[in-house]
Design a binder for this molecule. Structure first.
Ligand code: NDP
Length: 326
């Protein structure tokens, strides 16, 4: 038995880092064989074929086969895990409505193709930006597929939030648990130190510096993507791929006892977040299903910031509704 994994935008930067991690067994574990189905736009199919040659040359024991498509219907046929990485980037002078419309042209047909032919246990992770709203478009156009199967990636924000907190407190990354990102995968996302723990102590207390949290930590995590572009001359790719692997691995294999991860999932109204938008919450996973962690402390400091990032998502939802995409 092997698992079919579809990756869109396979010839892109993230795709290049991601595909080797998947083929080596890091996405699904060392006992699961993988069949890769790569989707690209026609102009990029040749480059995807080049990546496929390199995957072949790596002689990965778990990699059974690679197929490359420019047609979403074929790319999602029988697929169990879909990583939607390819998206239309914002170009100079582009308004947000144009960006959302261009991405609607990608994610609506992909949602329809998933509904038409994916396997019954399909799990979807959207990485391509604006990821939360792209996920909402795909989900809204995938009749018959449970909404819960559509998620968007805030795991890179989560990992960045852990790394920055570890550096500040001098703790090891493994000493930090219960990190939660709330909201949109955008600079408005909110990393929550009231519920995160450093060696079991509330992170807010371990840091003991509200000014640092409000004025350095939160903006730094939120704008880390821009900092990487500035330093590297290109956007983050390997860290985004690594976060995508973490997201799917934990979704499939379950979270550690007492801990949780951040995933953008369709809101059920928990914490007064409007139902239906795809927004990041702390979640636990078990048996391939996620559950929003309930009963967490949301003081005023958090509430303001959660409202702000959620409002941004509501505006995006209203914009794509106006375009008839959801
Ligand atoms: P990347 O592989 O670098 O990025 C792909 C997407 O991931 C972008 O939307 C990017 O957003 C997003 N992303 C999400 N989180 C992050 C993060 N933390 N850091 C960086 N990126 C993040 O883009 P490339 O341009 O190299 O490649 C895109 C590929 O997708 C191309 O090969 C193109 O042909 C393909 N494509 C395929 C489609 C399809 O299969 N139907 C449709 C459209 C494109 P952001 O732009 O905001 O950085």
């Amino acid at each position: 038995m092997s698992t079919n994994v579809t990756v869109t935008g396979a010839a892109g930067q993230i795709g290049y880092a991601l595909l080797f991690r998947i083929a080596s067994g890091q996405l699904l574990g060392p006992d699961t064989k993988v069949r890769l189905k790569l989707l690209e736009i026609p102009q990029a199919v040749k480059a995807a074929e080049g990546t496929a040659l390199e995957l072949f040359d790596s002689a990965f024991e778990l990699l059974e086969d690679i197929d490359i498509y420019d047609d979403p219907t074929k790319a999602f046929e029988g697929t169990n895990i879909a990583l939607l990485v390819g998206a239309r980037p914002r170009t100079k002078g582009m308004e947000r409505a144009d960006l959302l419309e261009a991405n609607g042209g990608i994610f609506k047909p992909q949602g329809e193709a998933i509904a038409a032919g994916a396997a019954n246990d399909i799990k979807v992770l959207v990485v391509g930006n604006p990821a939360n709203t792209n996920a909402l478009i795909a989900q809204s156009n995938a009749d018959g597929v449970p909404a819960a199967r559509f998620t968007a990636m805030t795991r890179l924000d989560h990992n960045r939030a852990i790394a920055q907190l570890a550096q500040k407190t001098g703790a090891a990354v493994s000493d930090i648990t219960n990190m939660a990102i709330w909201g949109n995968h955008s600079p408005s996302m909110y990393p929550d130190l009231f519920n995160a723990k450093v060696k079991g102590e509330r992170a807010w207390d371990a840091v003991g510096d509200e000014n640092w949290v409000a004025n350095e930590y939160i903006p730094r995590v939120g704008k880390r993507g821009a900092e990487i572009i500035e330093a590297r001359g290109a956007s983050s790719a390997a860290s985004a791929a690594s976060a995508a692997v973490d997201h799917v691995y934990d979704w499939v294999n379950g979270t550690a006892e007492g801990d949780w991860v951040s995933m953008a999932v369709p809101s059920d109204g928990s914490y007064d977040v409007p139902e239906g938008i795809i927004t990041s919450f702390p979640v636990t996973t078990s048996g391939g299903e996620w559950k929003i962690v309930q009963g967490l402390d949301v003081p005023e400091f958090s509430r303001e910031r959660i409202n702000n990032t959620v409002n941004e998502l509501q505006e995006e939802r209203a914009a794509v509704a106006k375009l008839g995409l959801v």
